[in-house]
Design a protein around this ligand. Structure first.
Ligand code: SF4
Ligand code: SF4
Ligand code: SF4
Length: 189
């Protein structure tokens, strides 16, 4: 019986959440557990459904339109004149495809953008739009799923390290404010 790893390996790894799950891996797990059908991934479309059907020896259902429609690959573009450099689009990008510094304009590295659209909603000035990758004039091919997965894992690792550093800093500040404590938890002195 194929497992979540086998199913995850067939998914596009955009982490777009259109399947109704918090990324490709949770969707793969839901398929294994029998709680999700195999036709909920719009970025993968019919090809992914066929691959999943062959792996799991199931019927290749049509894509569920409630999850979205199959469409040409998109890429994000930032209107750099309007960007205010708030960096709100950076954390949601699963593959760190947006570059720029606080209070400076940001730009999208088209070669690694998966077209997931997760950066659109957080932008307070609506300066990010999605255009067909073919029309972008550069990097017409979408990045490969394996590269998307590698970048996503690196992104998660970076966020986890940052959260850990933040927690350590907060704990140190709290201790500095409270002063040294003895073994009973009372401030010494
Ligand atoms: S690429 Fe497909 S499986 Fe992955 S999160 Fe998007 S819809 Fe779900
Ligand atoms: S730039 Fe936007 S659309 Fe492209 S991968 Fe990042 S979040 Fe997704
Ligand atoms: S969220 Fe919008 S305004 Fe803020 S840095 Fe990103 S593109 Fe610029």
């Amino acid at each position: 019986m194929p497992g979540a790893d086998d199913i995850d390996a067939l998914l596009p790894q955009t982490q777009c959440t259109r399947c109704g799950y918090d990324g490709c891996r949770p969707y793969a797990r839901a398929i294994v557990e029998g709680i999700a059908p195999i036709n909920q991934c719009p970025p993968g479309g019919a090809a992914t459904i066929r691959a999943l059907a062959a792996l799991l020896q199931r019927e290749a259902l049509p894509l569920n339109p409630e999850n979205g429609l199959e469409a040409p690959a998109l890429v994000a573009v930032i209107d750099e004149e309007r960007c205010i450099g708030c960096i709100k689009c950076l954390p949601p990008c699963p593959v760190d495809a947006i570059v720029g510094a606080r209070k400076l304009m940001h730009t999208v590295v088209a070669a690694i953008c998966t077209g997931c659209e997760l950066c659109i909603a957080p932008c307070p000035v609506d300066c990010i739009s999605m255009i067909p990758r073919e029309a972008s004039g550069e990097c017409p091919a979408s990045p490969e799923p394996q590269a998307n997965r590698t970048r996503y894992l690196a992104h998660n690792e970076r966020l986890a390290h940052r959260a850990e550093r933040h927690a350590t800093l907060l704990a140190a500040r709290k201790q500095a404010v409270q002063g040294p404590q003895n073994s009973t938890g009372r401030t010494a002195g």
